[in-house]
Design a protein around this ligand. Structure first.
Ligand code: ZN
Length: 396
């Protein structure tokens, strides 16, 4: 595991103070949106029956770190909904990423079929202003202690804002609604719109594959607006001990798709609503799969073609039964990987009729010995497309 700062490019671009001052003049105080503006918006949004507003803690100067939870009163799905976590305005001058996040909130609170559909099927937690002191002090990237709270998640002494968000992540991951997708909203001087993709050297081949799939799903809703995954690939020298994404990867591996999104940090930035819809739709598609069209938006409303229902027992000792629900005929493929991304077993049936299937997996290596204890990832493919994944815990 490397902590090689020099090899890491600055994902938000080299800070240009004169450009930042210029945008402050053009956009107005606090780059056009201060803590007071947020309080006005929050007061209005909190009227919505779909919003819960919580204080997660306070900043260095005692400002509240607000979290909005948005979800439907009920849902078409049964059981527990997947969770998308979004935090914005870590870097105060990257206000464009906030405009994207604000559009996401507007869609989620709207009466459109997209808004309703997303609320019904997912839970969103959104921190609109993670660094209110920096916004108020008009520091482009730091908090009140003049520390960059984006890249100091592994400092000896944690900043209060970092501690608050880490605590919240731990709390959610230990709850019955853990995070599935975590988006860290920024704006970069250097590019248009892109995700900061983490190389398999700093994650795993499987996770790298998941990242490409996630970015691909989002891009499918805005293909000419968002760069492909290979536009920005970092962590090629290992996992840097710096970022929220480092924390997610080191603690939760393939379980959480944690990425930084970078909008365009310039006066030319635009299409915040299109970008917001792409991020929401893409996150939904990544979690559920299967696009159809409603009101001009691509959203999933039909059952997944193929999904993993679950496994029993799990945790398991030597063997477990994995249930598959297949809605459409086709090739069925199931692979199990260890956390290093190595495939430990595979199953393939060239043609399978729709129906329920149960596969029994004996966790044995080629020599017939039980595999090492630990987490394994079972991955389902239908007609060669990834459809679903499931964690299996082997305890000997
Ligand atoms: Zn940034």
């Amino acid at each position: 595991m490397a902590d090689d700062y020099d090899d890491e490019f600055d994902k938000c671009g080299i800070l240009d103070h004169s450009l930042s001052r210029l945008s402050l003049q053009v956009l107005g105080d606090h780059w056009g949106y201060g803590y007071d503006s947020l309080l006005i918006d929050l007061e209005r949004w909190a009227q919505s029956p779909y919003v819960r507003l919580d204080s997660l803690g306070t900043s260095v100067q005692g400002r509240t770190l607000w979290e909005m939870t948005i979800t439907g009163p009920d849902s078409t799905t049964t059981g527990i909904k997947p969770v998308v976590y979004v935090h914005a305005r870590t870097h105060p001058n990257e206000v464009q990423a906030w405009w994207v996040t604000r559009e996401m909130i507007k869609i989620l609170l709207s009466q459109s079929s997209l808004g309703r559909h997303l609320r019904d099927n997912l839970i969103f937690h959104i921190i609109p202003m993670y660094n209110p002191d920096g916004v108020e002090l008009e520091y482009p990237r730091q908090n009140a202690n003049y520390v960059d709270i984006e890249s100091n998640w592994y400092s000896t002494v944690l900043e209060p804002e970092v501690q608050v968000l880490r605590n919240r992540f731990v709390e959610l991951m230990n709850s019955e609604t853990p995070v599935d997708v975590a988006l860290n909203m920024h704006s970069s001087i250097s590019g248009t719109r892109f995700f900061v993709c983490h190389d398999q050297a700093g994650t795993s081949p499987l996770y790298f594959d998941f990242e490409k799939r996630y970015i691909g799903e989002v891009r499918s809703f805005y293909p000419h607006g968002i760069e492909p995954w290979y536009y920005s690939v970092t962590w090629t020298a290992g996992t840097p001990l710096r970022y929220p994404e480092s924390w997610w990867w080191l603690n939760h591996h393939e379980d959480v798709m944690a990425l930084t999104y970078e909008d365009n940090n310039s006066m030319l930035a635009s299409a915040f609503d299109t970008t917001a819809a792409a991020l929401l739709n893409g996150s939904y598609e990544y979690i559920y799969g299967h696009p159809v069209s409603i009101d001009g938006f691509k959203v999933g409303t039909t059952p997944r073609e193929a999904r993993l229902i679950g496994s029993y027992p799990n945790p398991f000792n030597r063997s477990t039964k994995i249930q598959i629900d297949l809605q459409i005929p086709g090739t069925l493929e199931m692979n199990v990987y260890n956390l290093r991304g190595e495939r430990v077993t595979s199953f393939r049936q060239d043609y399978a009729e729709p129906g329920l299937y149960q596969l029994s997996w004996q966790a044995l290596d080629a020599a017939g010995q039980t595999l090492p204890s630990g987490m394994y990832i079972c991955r389902l493919l239908h007609n060669s497309r990834p459809k679903d994944a499931l964690k299996l815990l082997l305890l000997k």
